[in-house]
Design a protein around this ligand. Structure first.
Ligand SMILES: [Zn+2]
Length: 310
């Protein structure tokens, strides 16, 4: 693997596609399990974090969310994530919360969110700004998604910067969610920003690539995630694939904005430093890596005056 130059390594970075639940390190998972009276080793958790395809990944993700039961559990994992981000020179992050899962488990999102905000506030003084994306689960349907929008409203915090829908795209057609998106469109238009999570399928459609480049719509690229979930192999219709087969350099040189992220760093056994090393390994030059760092700030949902842009 290509070494990352100390200069790129030391640049302040932003991470824009990152799930709180997918960032729970095995050691922290053990603590959460112990809180519920279950003794487990990190190695056992790591075994849970192995999967052969997207469906198995969703199972692993579901399992880890089942460990989050109380507001203090959310406070613990958010604190751990904040510490981890600082070790990666991340000064700004937009973190996705599976609020849809909280509602499914009959938890009160406002209470969890309050605990998590209180736990992470001290990190602002250490130079880390955290913003939050409330995520609905696609398979739960449009009504459940609407409840997530309502939860975002009742939290009433200006640190909630976006709304997302994750999960299995093949199960529920997008049209069913139109009402939900209409409710949030006003906010999107107000902020005049939009990003696409992953979007590596664009590699198969040259006219879509042109459109993304022309409109400057960024792709949130998470190479290790694409490799581990099998998405990369599926898109390239080839097996096995390696990290250097990722289309990131093609998108970059097609002038499509890219923001480099880790998605679920604990589940995919990655971190932002590794993802930049991956990008270097794919052939991105020093100046291109530098531009990639800058795009992380530029395409944040928060106005640049508040991202701590270097
Ligand atoms: Zn994701």
């Amino acid at each position: 693997m290509t070494e990352l130059s100390p200069r790129i390594d030391s640049l302040p970075k932003a991470e824009l596609h990152l799930h709180l639940e997918g960032s729970i390190q095995p050691a922290t998972a053990c603590i959460l399990m112990a809180r519920q009276g279950v003794q487990a080793t990190e190695q056992e958790v790591r075994r849970r974090y192995t999967f052969g395809n997207f469906q198995e990944f969703l199972e692993a993700f579901k399992w880890i969310t089942s460990l989050l039961r109380d507001p203090q559990d959310y406070a613990l994992v958010a604190t751990d994530l904040a510490e981890h981000l600082l070790t990666q020179n991340v000064v700004y992050a937009e973190v996705t919360l599976s609020v849809g899962v909280m509602l499914l488990r009959k938890q009160r999102p406002e209470v969890n969110f309050e605990a998590l905000l209180r736990a992470t506030e001290p990190f602002e003084r250490r130079g880390l700004r955290l913003r939050w994306v409330f995520d609905a689960v696609r398979q739960f349907g449009a009504e459940a998604a609407m409840a997530v929008v309502e939860a975002a409203r009742s939290c009433g915090s200006n640190t909630v910067v976006a709304f997302g829908i994750g999960g299995d795209e093949l199960q529920v057609p997008t049209a069913e969610f139109r009402g939900v998106y209409d409710r949030v469109r006003e906010a999107i238009e107000l902020l005049r920003v939009e990003r696409i999570g992953h979007g590596i399928a664009a590699i198969q459609d040259p006219s879509l690539m042109d459109l993304l480049a022309e409109r400057k719509i960024p792709l949130e690229l998470c190479p290790q995630s694409n490799l581990r979930t099998g998405a990369l192999a599926r898109q390239l219709a080839r097996h096995p694939v390696q990290i250097e087969d990722h289309p990131l350099p093609v998108f970059f040189r097609h002038e499509i904005p890219v923001v480099l992220s880790t998605d679920d760093p604990a589940l995919f056994d990655t971190n932002l430093r590794s993802e930049y090393a991956h990008a270097a390994h794919m052939g991105l030059q020093e100046s291109e890596l530098e531009q990639t760092c800058a795009m992380g700030f530029h395409y944040a949902f928060q106005p640049s005056s508040q991202t701590g842009t270097p």
